[in-house]
Every structure is written in structure tokens, then in C-alpha cells.
Design a protein around this ligand. Structure first.
Ligand SMILES: O=C[C@H](O)[C@H](O)COP(=O)(O)O
Ligand SMILES: C=C(OP(=O)(O)O)C(=O)O
Length: 360
């Protein structure tokens, strides 16, 4: 009997104890982070390249490199082959824009949901609710490894703090999402990552929580965690100096225009933090309409050309084909997002080339 069914039955019969005992149970054991890393090791070449990619991203975050950091790729990965096809296209574009842009591919294998929905490749790689997380972890790490082997820096959102140990040796940039920026667990996690971390403003639109998150992540922490063998461990972190704010809009509308950017910059300055900002052209900034992402991007580039030096990065949600589709197993269109709507590759490529030209 599955947990929700036993819970309902327990409650119906007044067996509160039974309901509580069965509300959660161990369904399968998972490999430890160490086991998965040994099964799917990072080659010395990828490890060395990743070191350089992290430094390059950090240089942009700190203002030592005036290129624009561009985190671009699918809202979520549901089809690893389509993601790899996307990665090949992006890798071909990189040399044409890398004098002005540093593209990093979104390889998002976990999705935070407003209520319920498919939670991502790591949770349910078969897209059918079977929840084969052991395979999900394997497929996710394997895909990131293949994309990194193409020479592309990999970005992801870390939602479940435990998952970082399975993937973080492949990550060049990490997001903490709008729904978790205020979480102490995620701030502790960020303080121990080598990669730069972007904290989104809250879904309400509040930016202050992301500013607080940067301060918390910059600090050393001691926190509960797991070691490589999956045993409970006290983890000590040294603090992450490359955490920054990502403006993604909020419940009351977008926050990418010059007033909103100026306000966020002043908030950072008042907190004694470097005024460095990334703008997410999607989500509430595009009011969930992928076609608006181009408008947001062009506005941000205009602000930058107009002298707004705080703007150091952009995020775009983009897949092989534009739009989105319902997750209907057996009837999926190739290269179309199953979560938020995305730009198609053709428009993404043209936009990135246009952006690089404008910044030249
Ligand atoms: O980027 C993704 C979504 O905006 C986020 O996961 C929330 O999605 P939902 O509102 O469809 O659950
Ligand atoms: C979930 C995402 O964003 P946000 O946290 O801003 O909603 C995302 O970038 O996929």
C-alpha cells in the first residue's frame, strides 16, 4: 500500500498511530555520493577545465572580467538526449561569442514546485511517477559529465541539499531558487561550495532575503550533513565569497528595469556588499511568457551599455524548440520543455549573437 493510501485509510478508521507510522517509509536505498562518483568519475581534463571555468565565472562576479555571464538552457531536463543535442549546439556557438559572453548551460535535474508536479530527472527519470531515484541520480550525473566533457560549464539549481554531494564536482555555477533563498540549510550549503552561487529573490519579489542570503553564505558554518559514505557528519564550511543576487521578478511583476536594478544595487551597497547582479529574463520577469525574454534581455543590455556596471549576468530559459508541453508520456514532442516555456534554439542563438555584437 502506498503512503498516502495508508494515511487515508488510517485516518478513516481512526488509527492515527497507523497513519503516522506509514506516512513515510524507506522505499529504496540509494548509492552513497562516493559510490556514484566512483561509478561515474570526472576525468582529470574535465576537473582541470572546471577549475578554470569556476575562476572565470568568479572573475565576472567580482568585476575583474567585464564579460556577461549567461546561464542558458532548458527550464528542466526531461530527455537527456535532447539536452545533449542542445549542449552540442551551445558548444558550437561559444567560440563565436566568448569575447563578450561566458555561456554556462542550465542542466536542471531538480524542480521546485509551487504545489505538486513532476520534480525533475533526479527524482523521476522515467517521467511516470515511478520515482526511480537511483537511476535518476545516475542519469543526472552521467549527463552533466558528458556536457562538461564538451567543454561547457554546467549550472544547476540545488534544491535537495543532499544532492549537492552527488553532483558538485561537476558544477561551475549553482542557483538557489526563489522558494529556498531564505532557507538556512541552503545558505549553509552555498557557504561550502567552490562554485559561485546565485540566490534568487523571493517569489513575493522581495530582494532583501537574497541580500541576507549572500551575507549568510559568505560566512563560515558548521552544519549537519553527510560524508562521502553517506554517514551523518558535521560539516565545516569556509564561506562563499562569490554569492550574488539574481533578480527574477515576483508576484507583483518584473524587477529588471532600471528603477528595480538601481534599488537592488543600493540595497547591496547599504549592506556593504559588492553591487553585482544577474537578471533572470524568464519567470516573473517574463510573466511566464517565453517570448518576453528577448525584451528583458535587450533592456538589460541597454542598461549595461548605459553604464549600469552592477549588471554582470543574465539567465535565459531555452530549449531546442520554443514553448512548453504537458508531460504526457508517449506523446512528447522532441526538445520542448515540460515545465516552464522556453525560447527555441534558433532565437536563442540569434539573441546571444546580437548581445555579443552590442557589447563589442
Ligand atoms: O522554473 C520552474 C518553475 O517556475 C518552478 O519550478 C515552479 O513551477 P510550478 O509553478 O509549475 O510548480
Ligand atoms: C525554478 C527556477 O526559478 P525560480 O526559483 O526563480 O522560480 C528556475 O530557474 O528553474
Amino acid at each position: 500500500m502506498n503512503a498516502p493510501a495508508s494515511l487515508a485509510q488510517g485516518l478513516a478508521h481512526g488509527h492515527a498511530d497507523l497513519a503516522v507510522t506509514h506516512a513515510s517509509r524507506v522505499e529504496m536505498t540509494l548509492p552513497t555520493p562516493g559510490e556514484l562518483r566512483r561509478r561515474l568519475p570526472v576525468t582529470p581534463l574535465v576537473a582541470e577545465r572546471l577549475h578554470g571555468q569556476r575562476r572565470a565565472i568568479q572573475d565576472i562576479v567580482c568585476g575583474h572580467d567585464d564579460r556577461l555571464l549567461v546561464v542558458v538552457g532548458p527550464c528542466s531536463i526531461h530527455d537527456p538526449l535532447a539536452a545533449l543535442e542542445y549542449a552540442h549546439r551551445l558548444a558550437e556557438l561559444v567560440p563565436k561569442v566568448s569575447d563578450r559572453l561566458l555561456p554556462v548551460m542550465r542542466v536542471y535535474v531538480e524542480k521546485p514546485r509551487t504545489t505538486v508536479g513532476w520534480k525533475g530527472l533526479a527524482y523521476d527519470p522515467d517521467l511516470d511517477g515511478s520515482g526511480d531515484m537511483a537511476r535518476g541520480l545516475h542519469v543526472s550525473r552521467h549527463l552533466m559529465n558528458e556536457i562538461a566533457a564538451l567543454g561547457l560549464p554546467v549550472a544547476t539549481e540545488v534544491l535537495q541539499p543532499m544532492l549537492a554531494a552527488y553532483l558538485d564536482d561537476l558544477l561551475a555555477w549553482v542557483a538557489i531558487g526563489a522558494r529556498t533563498t531564505e532557507s538556512q540549510l541552503h545558505r549553509e550549503l552555498a557557504s561550502g561550495l567552490e562554485a559561485a552561487v546565485g540566490f534568487k529573490n523571493a517569489t513575493s519579489g522581495e530582494v532583501g532575503v537574497a541580500v541576507d542570503a549572500i551575507r549568510a553564505a559568505a560566512h563560515p558554518h558548521q552544519h549537519f550533513g553527510l560524508d562521502d559514505q553517506g554517514r551523518p557528519a558535521l560539516r565545516e564550511t569556509s564561506g562563499n565569497r562569490h554569492a550574488h543576487v539574481v533578480l527574477r521578478g515576483g508576484r507583483h511583476g518584473p524587477n529588471y528595469d532600471s528603477d528595480a536594478v538601481g534599488e537592488a544595487r543600493r540595497m547591496l551597497e547599504r549592506a556593504g556588499l559588492p553591487a553585482r547582479l544577474m537578471v533572470d529574463c524568464s519567470h516573473a520577469n517574463a510573466r511566464k511568457d517565453h517570448r518576453r525574454q528577448a525584451e528583458v534581455l535587450r533592456d538589460v543590455v541597454t542598461q549595461r551599455l548605459g553604464g549600469e556596471t552592477a549588471l554582470m549576468g543574465l539567465m535565459l530559459e531555452s530549449h531546442l524548440e520554443e514553448g512548453r508541453q504537458e508531460l504526457t508520456p508517449g506523446a512528447l514532442r522532441h526538445g520542448v520543455s515540460v515545465t516552464d516555456p522556453c525560447l527555441g534554439w534558433r532565437e536563442t542563438e540569434a539573441l546571444l549573437q546580437e548581445t555579443a555584437d552590442r557589447l563589442r
